[in-house]
Design a protein around this ligand. Structure first.
Ligand SMILES: [Zn+2]
Length: 137
């Protein structure tokens, strides 16, 4: 092995460098713990910043209810946005998570609105049909 201090080639297993006397076996293990210490402390400093972020509501329940009860195509759009919220929040993309959350809420309401409108329109058509049928007799 080569001495880490002076580069002298020493016999494998030698405890000290024959050229400069530096410890050969003790020297290599000591740098990794020193280098690893900042790597372990860095997440500890970064963690409080993430904890400080409030949870982003994903509106997934509303999106699913809107899809089942009201309007399927727009409800699926709401579910897609709702599904993006948790993933983006977990990856630290809080702006993206909030945008997806807002979109999920928006499309859930659009679904509810279309569902109510569609229901009223359907009821209206049924009544018109009933009136038209009544007129035929
Ligand atoms: Zn040496």
């Amino acid at each position: 092995m080569n001495c880490t201090n002076c580069g002298q080639n020493n016999a494998d297993g030698a405890a000290f460098c024959v050229s400069c006397g530096a410890a050969l076996n003790a020297a290599p293990p000591s740098p990794p713990p020193a280098a690893a210490a900042p790597a372990y402390s860095a997440p500890a400093y970064a963690a409080p910043a993430q904890v400080a972020q409030p949870p982003v509501p994903n509106h997934l329940v509303w999106a699913i209810l809107a899809t089942i009860c009201c309007c399927l195509p727009t409800g699926i759009v709401a579910i897609i946005f709702a599904a993006q919220v948790d993933g983006k929040a977990a990856s630290g993309d809080y702006d993206g998570a909030r945008k997806a959350s807002d979109n999920a809420k928006l499309w859930s309401w659009i679904s509810l609105g279309l569902g109510l409108f569609g229901g009223l329109a359907y009821a209206g058509l049924v009544m018109l049909g009933a009136i038209a049928d009544a007129g035929n007799y």
